[in-house]
Each structure stands twice: as structure tokens, then as C-alpha cells.
Design a binder for this molecule. Structure first.
Ligand code: UDP
Length: 237
């Protein structure tokens, strides 16, 4: 049994601790929430638990689908043991329906279905506010190798197909989501989390938003929406 050692890094939504084995990290999911590049700050009670439990439910299922992930085990309702990753500084966004920044940038009404999934890449840099980049930037700046980029694209689209189908019986529509990848002992794996913080989930019947947009846009019922997503997904398994 590994033990929790010193805090390595505290992010907006998670704390990362060292363990007595350098190959594994101990992650604690927080209730703190930020939006708009940290300009909006708040707390979503119970969020850490929802995000940890949902991620713990989804990561092993993705592994079965051939997508390696950093997940090892859930240690408590909001703590997770993961493999240490050297993070690739590229965030991958997958979109099925226009929303958020895509709707704003391209003037497409939120809720417009896209004819095929759209992949976007963002350079992970707090100082630069995660600018959008394309595959040429990734190659020219050597942010990821050609082989890793191909794998990230392939994994992202596979995850999308799997999650769309998996969430369907829960009446959850997967609008868009963000993924992060990294290397563990030289192998590319999915990291971070899959949660209402990093995905847009809409109720299939009413279109009601069941994700972080409730916090971003002050829609109310934030905590209830997070709980509802977990409840519906747990009812599937
Ligand atoms: N997203 C994220 N972290 C970010 C930016 C986006 O998890 O730093 C997720 C977001 O929750 C949504 C998707 O990526 O599911 C696309 O977000 P978008 O580009 O529309 O930006 P936003 O409207 O969230 O600023």
C-alpha cells in the first residue's frame, strides 16, 4: 500500500501528492471551481467527489477499449492513485455540437450539431492563456511527436465514440470535452479527468445543461447537476 507524501502541485481543481513510489501520484479532487481563465472563482460542494468517482468509473472502461490511462485506483471518494505522467503540453478538445468558444468564434448557434466531430488543440500555457494551435504548430514547436499526435487524435476520436454510446442510455448528450495526455515510462496515456468540469453534458430530453456551464453562466443548480450526472452514470453500471 502506497502512502501519501508531500504536495507536489496544487492546481485549480486538484492537488497532486508524491507517493513513496516515484511512478505513482496521489490526486485529491477539490470542490474549488474556476472559470474564464481564473477570473471567476467559487466552490461547488461535492464536485471533487463527483469528478473523482466519474473518472474512476470511465477510465477503466476506456482502458478496456484499448485506451491506456493513468488511472490505478480510487483511494477514497475524492482521492485517486494514478501513474506519474510527463504531460504533453497540448489539450485536445473534441466537439460534437457547437457550444462555448466554438459558437462564439464562428458565430454558430449553440446546440447546432456538427456534421462530424471537430478536434481542436490548445497549447497548455497559463501565461499565454492556452492559445488554440494547429498540427503545424505542434510539429514546428515540437510539442508532441508526429507519432504521439497521431495517437492522441486516434484516442480522442475513439473516446468520443465510446462515451457518446455509453452515455446515451443515461439520457446524457456529450456536447464536447477536453483531454490531456502524458507519457508514463515512455508510453502515451490519457491523464487528467473526465467529468462535468471538462465535458459538456446536456439532458437528452430537455437540453438542460448538466455541467460546469451552470457555474460559468450562473444558471443555478450547479451542485445538483453534478450529482445528477454521477447518479445517472452510476445507474448504468
Ligand atoms: N474545457 C476544459 N478546460 C479548459 C477549456 C475547456 O475542460 O481550460 C472543456 C470545456 O468544459 C468544454 C470543452 O473543453 O467541455 C470546450 O470548451 P470551449 O472551448 O467551448 O471553452 P469554454 O466555453 O469552456 O471557455
Amino acid at each position: 500500500m502506497l502512502s501519501k507524501q508531500e504536495l507536489l502541485y496544487e492546481g485549480k481543481a486538484k492537488k497532486v501528492y508524491r507517493t513513496d513510489d516515484p511512478k505513482y501520484y496521489w490526486i485529491e479532487f477539490k470542490d474549488d471551481a474556476t472559470a474564464f481563465d481564473g477570473a471567476k472563482k467559487g466552490k461547488i460542494t461535492g464536485k471533487g467527489e463527483v469528478n473523482a468517482r466519474l473518472s474512476a468509473l470511465l477510465f477503466p472502461r476506456l482502458a478496456v477499449q484499448g485506451i491506456p490511462t493513468h488511472f490505478v485506483e480510487l483511494l477514497s471518494p475524492r482521492e485517486m492513485l494514478v501513474r506519474e505522467l510527463k504531460i504533453v503540453p497540448v489539450e485536445v478538445v473534441v466537439r460534437n455540437i457547437a457550444a462555448g468558444s466554438l459558437s462564439q468564434r464562428l458565430g454558430i448557434a449553440e446546440g447546432t450539431p456538427l456534421k462530424r466531430p471537430v478536434l481542436e488543440f490548445y497549447y497548455k500555457s497559463d501565461d499565454l492563456h492556452d492559445p488554440m494551435i494547429n498540427e503545424y504548430h505542434i510539429a514546428a514547436l515540437e510539442l508532441a511527436s508526429e507519432e504521439d499526435l497521431a495517437l492522441m487524435k486516434n484516442y480522442a476520436l475513439k473516446i468520443n465514440e465510446y462515451l457518446i454510446k455509453f452515455l446515451q442510455p443515461a439520457n446524457l448528450v456529450l456536447v464536447d470535452f477536453k483531454l490531456e495526455f502524458g507519457h508514463h515510462e515512455g508510453k502515451l496515456m490519457l491523464g487528467d479527468e473526465i467529468s462535468p468540469d471538462t465535458c459538456r453534458f446536456w439532458d437528452a430530453r430537455s437540453g438542460e445543461k448538466l455541467d460546469k456551464d451552470r457555474f460559468r453562466r450562473d444558471l443555478g443548480g450547479v451542485e445538483a447537476a453534478y450529482q445528477e450526472v454521477l447518479r445517472r452514470v452510476e445507474a448504468l453500471v
